[in-house]
Structure formats: structure tokens, C-alpha cells
Design a protein around this ligand. Structure first.
Ligand code: HEC
Length: 148
């Protein structure tokens, strides 16, 4: 790595830490995570319809949506900040009290969504179906515990 590259990286890291220090309004965090989950549903719904045979299986579309989901699965966690568990949110205060469990399920969501994206590339519904169900399980186990 040359010095120009290194100083560029240092400047970028400094900008990122400045952003992280900036005050985030709880209501903005709520809107952020709800927006991500809306995008999750937008992609997960049609995949579910294809898995259930309600919509004709299209391997290219399925793969594209699975890749979107894998990217989206990394995004909600940072929206769960202190002070964001009351008002117009369905997120339960239990999230703060049991952060380890919550973050653990989020991590299972990420891992299973990444596996689904890899499996989708095979175009083989017999492999895709169980990979899809593993992701669906993480949605349900988190909503059962942590969502109103
Ligand atoms: C680790 C926890 C967790 C996982 C995993 C998770 N969710 Fe959620 N989800 C939540 C919480 C908490 C909320 C409530 C957010 C709020 O209102 O602030 C939510 C909200 C939602 C919403 C409502 C968004 C809105 O406000 O309109 C949808 C839809 C949704 N989730 C779908 C899914 C689907 C589909 C999956 C799996 C593919 C999933 N979620 C995985 C915790 C999770």
C-alpha cells in the first residue's frame, strides 16, 4: 500500500467515526429499520411465493432477490439504538434487555440469508427450499420474542 492510499483510508476512517459520533434521533432510527424491513419483505415475499409454487419459479429473479436479502440482512441492527423502543415502533424494550439474544438471531438471519444467496445460484429448488425455510425461521423467532 502506498502512502497516498494509506492516507486516503485514514481520512475515510475518520469521516466514518465522525458520522458514528453524530447524534442520531431515535425516531430516525425507527424509520430507518422499518424501511429496511419493508425492503426485506419486498424481496422475501416473492421468493416465498416461488418456494410455495404460488408464483412460477424464475431462477434469475430468485437469485437477484436472494442477493438483495443477503445485503439487507446486514443493515437493521444499527437502527436499534437506545431510546428507540417507544412511540411509533413495534420493537419491544426486551431488545435492550436481552441484546445478546437479539443480536444473535440477527446474526443467524445474516448467515442464513448469505447461504440462501449461495444456494440460489444453483437454481435447484430442492436445495433452495430448505435454505429459504432456515431464513424464515429467523424472522419468526425474532418477531415472536422482540416484535409487538
Ligand atoms: C433479529 C430480529 C429480526 C429478524 C431476524 C427479522 N425481523 Fe422483522 N422486525 C423486527 C423488529 C424488532 C421489527 C419492528 C421494527 C420497528 O417497528 O421499529 C420488525 C419489523 C418487520 C416488518 C414491519 C416493517 C414496517 O414497519 O412496515 C416486516 C415486514 C418484517 N419485520 C419482516 C421481516 C422478515 C420477512 C424477516 C425475515 C426474512 C424479518 N423481518 C427478520 C425484528 C426482526
Amino acid at each position: 500500500m502506498n502512502n497516498m492510499t494509506r492516507s486516503g483510508i485514514i481520512v475515510a476512517l475518520m469521516a466514518a467515526s465522525t458520522l458514528a459520533l453524530a447524534e442520531v434521533k431515535p425516531s430516525d432510527a425507527v424509520e430507518y429499520r422499518q424501511g429496511i424491513y419493508k425492503a426485506v419483505k419486498w424481496n422475501f415475499g416473492p421468493m416465498g411465493d416461488m418456494v410455495k409454487g404460488k408464483q412460477e419459479f424464475n431462477a434469475a429473479e430468485f437469485s437477484r432477490r436472494a442477493a438483495n436479502l443477503a445485503a439487507l440482512s446486514k443493515m437493521p441492527l444499527e437502527g436499534f439504538i437506545a431510546g428507540s423502543y417507544s412511540g411509533s415502533t413495534d420493537a419491544l424494550p426486551a431488545i435492550e434487555k436481552d441484546w445478546e439474544t437479539f443480536a444473535g438471531i440477527m446474526s443467524d438471519f445474516e448467515t442464513s440469508a448469505a447461504t440462501l444467496a449461495e444456494t440460489a445460484a444453483s437454481g435447484d429448488m430442492n436445495a433452495i427450499r430448505p435454505a429459504f425455510m432456515s431464513v424464515a425461521k429467523t424472522c419468526k423467532s425474532c418477531h415472536d420474542k422482540f416484535k409487538d
